[in-house]
Design a protein around this ligand. Structure first.
Ligand code: FES
Ligand code: FES
Length: 148
């Protein structure tokens, strides 16, 4: 058994230490907001916050996050109090199909919460690590305009 701290809850996970975190989130804990797409840390759809940093969970063995604070899209905000990034995404109606948007939002949150003194170009450069097949980049930029 491996103990993980996810969205401020402790979970006992019956899985190999090499199991990628994304598998545990989706298949063991039914937290399906983090998406599987490329599986090689290239698209960003599976990103979660690990101690505040946005990381691809598809390539992250659970052994490497035993002592970490993990936050998924499900743990970001509540219906009563959304995270400012979530509010900005709603205001600009960013998502199309929505598949990439967990990764987009998680990445923006990591910047907003930890690096809010970055220049806009630097923010956009970090956001470029997330791919959107629907091409919502213009709306993402508008949402970021309201945040940075
Ligand atoms: S599914 Fe993890 S980065 Fe693409
Ligand atoms: S909204 Fe469809 S992939 Fe980004």
């Amino acid at each position: 058994m491996i103990t993980l701290t996810i969205n401020n809850e402790k979970y006992q996970i019956d899985a190999s230490s090499e199991t990628p975190l994304l598998w545990v989130l989706r298949d063991h804990l039914n937290l399906k907001g983090s998406k599987y797409s490329c599986g090689i840390a290239a698209c960003g759809a599976c990103k979660v916050l690990v101690d505040g940093n946005a990381v691809p969970s598809c390539v992250l063995p659970i052994a490497s996050v035993i002592d970490a604070k993990i936050t998924t899209i499900e743990g970001l905000g509540t219906a009563e109090e959304l995270h400012p990034v979530q509010k900005a995404w709603i205001k600009e109606n960013v998502p199309q199909c929505g598949y990439c948007q967990t990764g987009q939002i998680i990445t923006a949150v990591s910047i907003y919460d930890k690096h809010d003194n970055l220049k806009k170009d630097e923010v956009l450069s970090i956001m470029n690590s997330n791919i959107c097949r629907c091409g919502t980049y213009d709306r993402i930029k508008k949402a970021l305009d309201g945040l940075f």
